[in-house]
Ligand binder design. Structure first.
Ligand SMILES: C[S@@+](CC[C@H](N)C(=O)[O-])C[C@H]1O[C@@H](n2cnc3c(N)ncnc32)[C@H](O)[C@@H]1O
Length: 541
């Protein structure tokens, strides 16, 4: 890399997904960062301007790179407004620029992250009006400057978001199947396997090809940020160093290897998805490195002339009622295929359906807990030496028990991973009004009243109101459909989140949060007021 004068060092925070913190810390270390703390879904580190540019350009497992500039305690709204007003905002935003605030509020007396963002925006805009007579506009979609507000127990940290958008949106994706992996998670899975970028890599259920695309980026030493369209956030900052950025980009462009470094092969049963994968691979200019074909997983086998490497896949988890038997059969086929066709390989199956995964019937050598959106998942590793031993036959599914008149299978916790199951879900938002609080109480804790069913697609979840025989499918960002009158009969995979050890005080998906009022209104409209089936012990007043 070109030799440049290093500027002063400062603190930064890189955010990521649960389970990827250590691989992100490794990525940052490789860029020369000093790691100060590896936290939950975040890594704090220090370095200079060049490192900040390189982190945005190179990190495969970072969602955001933040540069904190102030912190304070905000007891209440007045304190928040006052403390935000103390910042000299002209240091960060020009009146002719647009800005937006992403607020994340955890365990705080402030209940609405949107309200916190709004109040912060008001304080900023008021300061501009008072001091200059002009004010910057808000653009939530594509702002020049994105601010990030993190509030934990009323301790506030304000940061500049260096990328300006979540880095999982690489910019190469043209189309997706129903359940694509997000790019950060796909890269994280690959890095968690320890794959060296040279060994053969096969994905026999590749969908739109995210794992293969990210694998090619790793193998060919391609910085994911090179695909970014438009400016990064830091290019609009007052301290932007154009020539430093150009040389960091140039280094990245020169680092790309043109000779294929590894055999990367993918297949899928769906011709449509393979076409999507081809489009994505072409958009990323990676056609020379990835082979794609339409094939049923049962016919997949290791390429004859290649040294064994890894086989990695993200099979369906089973979304709809009645798919359990189908999933069990599919996962059994996966196990048979791995055993017969991939001897000498290390296999990795990333799934949120642990019940079906037992049907793979091979001994796991590692189980790494992760999330795919709100779904708790595992990356399961199987070592497939010649004559791989089969695991003992899985236990029979637990006997159905009757819950609220519906046939359910009892939930058997995976005690080996009990600690991780107890990991609380990310808490972003608390219920606000009394009515909402009552609704949340209804949503959690009632063993017979409400069931949450884990969903395959990360943008969807189901709330089963067993007591009234209704099922709500909440589509994030869209409407809510009621499958009225359906007594829940989806055996096996429905657990209350309480049973999984979660404390529920809000929805966790950012997109749900954005539409929370609509979601709550719809739920109330569909199932009546929260008092419909309240838990007597939790009732207020
Ligand atoms: C969860 S998606 C994989 C998504 C993929 N990782 C991505 O990022 O786009 C599961 C894929 O398995 C494929 N699939 C389902 N049954 C299959 C089978 N019997 N053989 C091969 N592929 C299958 C589906 O077509 C789907 O694309």
């Amino acid at each position: 890399m070109a030799n440049r004068r290093r500027s002063a060092s400062f603190y930064m925070t890189a955010t990521t997904q649960f389970g990827l913190e250590e691989v992100l810390a490794d990525e940052l270390r490789q860029l020369g960062a000093t790691i100060d703390h590896v936290g939950q879904r975040a890594v704090e580190f220090s370095g200079d301007q060049q490192l900040l540019y390189e982190a945005v350009l190179w990190c495969r497992t970072a969602m955001r790179i933040l540069k904190p500039f102030t912190g304070f305690y905000a007891r209440d709204e007045r304190a928040l407004y006052r403390e935000v007003s103390r910042v000299d905002w002209q240091q960060f935003i020009r009146p002719d620029q647009t800005f937006a605030i992403t607020a994340v509020v955890n365990k705080s007396s402030f209940e609405h992250s949107l309200f916190v963002a709004q109040l912060t925006k008001d304080a900023i805009v008021d300061q501009f009006r008072d001091r200059t007579g002009q004010r910057p506009s808000v653009d939530v979609k594509n702002p020049d400057i994105r601010l990030h507000l993190h509030m934990l127990e009323n301790e506030v940290t304000l940061s500049l978001d260096a990328a300006g958008d979540s880095l999982h949106r690489r910019g190469y994706r043209q189309g997706t199947n129903v359940a694509p992996l997000n790019e950060v998670l796909a890269a994280g899975l690959l890095l968690l396997t320890g794959w060296d970028g040279h060994k053969t890599l096969i994905d026999p259920m590749c969908g739109s090809g995210t794992l293969l695309t990210e694998a090619a980026l790793i193998a060919q030493r391609i910085a994911p940020g090179l695909y970014h369209q438009g400016k990064f956030g830091f290019e609009n900052w007052s301290d932007f160093d154009q020539s430093l950025w150009e040389s960091v980009r140039l280094d990245a462009q020169q680092a790309r290897l043109e000779e294929p470094q590894a055999y990367l092969g993918g297949s899928d049963i769906s011709a449509e998805f393979i076409n999507l994968a081809r489009e994505n691979v072409a958009a990323a200019d990676l056609e020379d490195f990835i082979r794609l074909s339409v094939r049923d997983v049962k016919d997949a086998k290791a390429p004859a002339k290649e040294e064994p490497g890894i086989v990695i896949m993200n099979p369906p988890y089973g979304e709809r009622i009645g798919e359990e038997a189908q999933m069990a059969a599919l996962y059994k086929i996966i196990g048979d295929t791995l055993k017969a066709g991939f001897q000498g390989y290390d296999a990795y199956v990333f799934t949120g359906n642990l019940e079906a995964a037992k049907r793979i019937g091979l001994k796991t050598s590692r189980r790494i807990p992760l999330y795919n959106g709100p779904i708790d998942c595992r990356l399961l590793k199987y070592e497939l030496y010649q004559g791989t031993r089969r695991a003992p036959a899985p236990e029979q599914a637990s006997a159905p028990v009757t819950l609220g008149g519906a046939q359910k299978h009892a939930f058997t916790p995976d005690t080996k991973n009990w600690d991780t199951l107890k990991e609380p879900a990310p808490v972003n938002r608390q219920a606000s009004t009394e009515a909402e609080q009552a609704l949340w109480r209804e949503l959690r804790g009632q063993r017979l009243g409400v069931k949450f069913r884990r969903q395959h697609a990360i943008d969807k979840f189901i709330v089963d109101f067993v007591s009234i025989g209704a099922k709500l499918i909440v589509e994030i960002g869209g409407g809510i459909h009621q499958e009225a009158g359906q007594a829940a009969s989806d055996a096996g995979r429905t657990h209350t989140l309480e049973e999984l050890g979660y404390r529920i005080i809000g929805f966790t998906n950012e997109q749900v949060l954005e539409h929370i009022d609509q979601v709550l209104a719809e739920i109330r409209q569909q199932v009546g007021p929260p008092s419909l089936a309240p838990s007597s012990t939790e009732r207020e007043g």
